[in-house]
Design a protein around this ligand. Structure first.
Ligand SMILES: NC(=O)c1ccc[n+]([C@@H]2O[C@H](COP(=O)([O-])OP(=O)(O)OC[C@H]3O[C@@H](n4cnc5c(N)ncnc54)[C@H](O)[C@@H]3O)[C@@H](O)[C@H]2O)c1
Length: 324
């Protein structure tokens, strides 16, 4: 089996590549990544000499390059995206380019080359926000609230259209917030860990009561693996950890683990259009494909904090944009 993984130098894509090469020693992987500010080849040092792994630096919007690479590939798994909500509020254009036009380019080339399966990695943010109860199901209407989630929802609709119009074999996964090693330190958990390591205060948006569901990145990668191999074409699978926590709970947990008190919290003006609550039902993937998360939040957060504390060279490599 030959896979094209796009955005494989990022947080989740790099974890997925390592998972696949480890679990399926005969699989070949091409990693196409533009190495934007958050793409980092240091995430893949352990596999770069593996003869079944090949890295190509390039943009998913590049039509010629994408067509050239896709011919001969069995499946495409699209992780490549602009992924930070705050950046999308300040500069939405690049989100439209990569997340929508890039996805369309991958779909067109994949269809032309008759690949066997196309898997789009999406997010629970496409469903918008919830009140104090209830869950997002695969049937929940899309109601994205940020330019980021609107671009991901648009991409999902294109993927769906390729199934409905051309019967092209697509799948979509929508996952909740991931955390774990190798996450670029612009996202809440690594950002706060690094600030505290530098003895700086952590900025908490609004009243800190926004709720997110958290999933350890390796559990997400196992779910993607299952959907890729056993998912039903044309279907959407939600992936979540049933670990709903307020941002303040997460902050306090990190403060406690890092031996700091609440004087390190600085409340800042809320993010524009900040979704109040996300909670995702994983009933479908659990009952139909037999997936369930293996790592509890307590285990995962301890592992994550320990990893950042013991990988200061990785943090430095990001700051200095250098190879480890
Ligand atoms: N992080 C989360 O909590 C989360 C949750 C659910 C879904 N997702 C989705 O999972 C995917 C991966 O997320 P992540 O957290 O690993 O993101 P990330 O920001 O860490 O990585 C994105 C990768 O895509 C690459 N990239 C960006 N634009 C590109 C382009 N035009 N062409 C080729 N490569 C490009 C970057 O260089 C980077 O390596 C995204 O599609 C995101 O929407 C993320």
């Amino acid at each position: 089996m030959k896979l094209l993984v796009t955005g494989g130098a990022g947080f989740i894509g790099s974890c997925f590549i390592k998972h696949i090469l480890n679990k399926y020693p005969s699989y070949k992987i091409i990693n196409l990544d533009a190495l934007t500010y958050c793409g980092n080849l240091n995430n893949l040092i352990n596999v770069e000499k593996n003869p079944n792994y090949k890295f190509i630096k390039g943009n998913i919007c590049d039509k010629n390059l994408v067509r050239e690479i896709i011919s001969g590939v069995d499946c495409v798994i699209n992780f490549a995206a602009e992924s930070h909500v705050d950046n999308s509020i300040n500069n939405p254009e690049i989100f439209i380019e990569t997340n929508i036009k890039g996805t369309l380019n991958l779909l067109q080339a994949s269809k032309e080359c008759k690949i066997k399966r196309y898997l789009q990695i999406s997010t629970d943010e496409v469903y918008g926000t919830l009140g104090s109860s209830g869950y997002f199901y695969e049937t929940t209407p899309l109601a994205p609230n940020s330019p980021y989630s609107a671009s991901k929802a648009s991409a999902d609709l294109l993927v769906r259209a390729f199934y409905e119009t051309y019967k092209f074999p697509v799948l979509i996964t929508r996952c909740s917030n991931n955390y774990g090693p190798y996450q670029y330190p612009e996202k809440l958990i690594p950002f706060f860990i690094l600030r505290l390591l530098n003895n700086q205060k952590v900025p908490v948006y609004g009243d800190g009561m926004n709720v997110r569901d958290w999933l350890y990145v390796y559990d997400h990668c196992e779910a993607i693996d299952l959907v890729l191999h056993k998912g039903v074409e044309g279907e959407i699978y939600n992936i979540g950890g049933h670990n709903e926590k307020t941002n303040l709970e997460i902050t306090n947990l990190i403060l406690e683990k890092m031996g700091k008190d609440s004087s390190y919290i600085e409340y800042v003006e809320d993010r524009l259009g900040h979704d109040r609550r996300y909670a995702i039902s994983n009933d479908k993937i659990t009952s139909q494909l037999g997936w369930s998360p293996k790592i509890t939040f307590e285990e995962g957060i301890n592992k994550t904090i320990d990893w950042y504390l013991s990988h200061q060279n990785w943090i430095k490599s990001i700051e200095e944009k250098k190879r480890i």
